[in-house]
Ligand binder design. Structure first.
Ligand code: AMP
Ligand code: MG
Length: 344
């Protein structure tokens, strides 16, 4: 298949026509790039799973461009959900509701619930409106890889596998949306993201966090967000997080680097602006200043992919504070490290 690249500033009717015909279009959103298909067309949605190599029991988020679309897809939309939509839509908050009968089972991975998001990115909104359908859209990467935050990374994974890719520059947030289950008694965060626990708590008194987020699950435990059980955000390099006092972390990483170099391995370090000069790695990348977690979130996946560009065997990363969007940063980083954490 020949993939066409469309600038976000161009007429998006050709992209919408692809969606209307049941094809796939990757598009920018404010979180990461999404791989879009008509959510109401099972055949089109099945091609998303094929293009990504995504396990079929991992459900997709349905993207809408107005609340009217929500009421066709979801039933039992609570007053609490309306308060959240007033506060955070459009934006990086996905809400899980009981699904209506029009939502194909392939979208929900066989569940009776559906995850819905109203993105704020004008290009994504335009694509939804021009095509006239809600769009099922997971991140536009090969399943298991770090999510793409620019068109170049989408092309790397999906060229020849999708009809079109819309180039809209760099994603603003850089981590995926917060997934909040509205079907449980107390709304439950199933995946931390751009809308933080603190922000949700300013609107709702009671919000809880699914324990699966902070613990690696045993093989037979069933997380409420099926996607949580898969390997995720993993570069080819083996990633380790080194956590503790900065001086000890620096010494530990540099000692490990020396040993790896003796064994002929290449080593990368994911550091900050403030610490990048401290390491003797083959490639040290600054993910941003420790003073600004939002910029770290926006750069994280791109840096993980850059280590692969340079064929690093091993990557050591600093840990970041789990406050605000830091919760989402560390959730992604811990998954990319397969929970390999070295405490010093
Ligand atoms: P991605 O498409 O990569 O952004 O991942 C979407 C995330 O939302 C995955 O972790 C899914 O498991 C989760 N998700 C989607 N639909 C549902 C649902 N109906 N119930 C619970 N989690 C969901
Ligand atoms: Mg994804």
């Amino acid at each position: 298949m020949k993939t066409i690249i469309i600038s976000h500033s161009k007429d998006l009717n050709s992209a919408a026509d692809i969606i209307k015909k049941g094809g796939l279009v990757a598009a920018p959103t404010e979180t990461v790039y999404g791989l879009c298909a008509n959510a109401l067309n099972s055949c089109a949605v099945s091609n998303i799973f094929i293009a990504k190599g995504r396990p079929s029991d991992n459900p997709l988020i349905v993207h809408i461009a107005g609340r009217d679309m929500l009421y066709n897809l979801a039933i039992d939309v609570s007053e609490e959900a309306v308060l959240l939509m007033d506060a955070f839509w459009p934006g990086p908050l996905t809400l899980v509701f009981k699904a209506s009968s029009i939502v194909p089972k392939i979208v929900t991975g066989g569940l009776d619930t559906v995850a819905v998001r109203f993105p704020s990115h004008p290009t994504m909104q335009k694509l939804i409106n021009l095509s006239g359908f809600p769009l099922a859209a997971p991140s536009a990467n090969t399943s298991g890889k770090p999510s793409p935050t620019n068109a170049k990374r989408v092309i790397e994974d999906l060229d020849g596998k999708v009809e079109a890719i819309i180039d809209g520059g760099n994603s603003e947030f850089g981590v995926e949306s917060t997934v909040l289950d509205m079907t449980s008694k107390v709304p439950t965060i199933l995946r931390p993201g751009g809308i933080t626990l603190e922000m949700l708590q300013q609107v709702l008194e009671d919000v809880t966090v699914d324990p699966a987020i902070s613990h690696s699950l045993s093989n037979n435990a069933l997380p409420k967000a099926p996607g949580m059980k898969y390997t995720h955000y993993s570069p080819n390099a083996e990633v380790f997080i080194v956590r503790g006092d900065l001086k000890k972390v620096t010494d530990k990483i540099n000692t490990l680097i020396q040993a790896h170099h003796k064994a002929g391995k290449t080593v990368g370090v994911l550091a900050t602006e403030e610490t990048k000069h401290l390491f003797n790695a083959n490639l040290t990348l600054s993910v941003g200043t420790s003073q600004n977690l939002s910029t770290i979130a926006a750069q994280l996946f791109e840096d993980l992919r850059t280590f692969d560009d340079h064929h690093m065997d091993i990557v050591y990363s600093l840990a970041f504070p789990k406050t605000g969007i830091g919760e989402a940063i560390m959730n992604r980083l811990e998954k990319s490290a397969a929970h390999n954490i070295i405490d010093v």
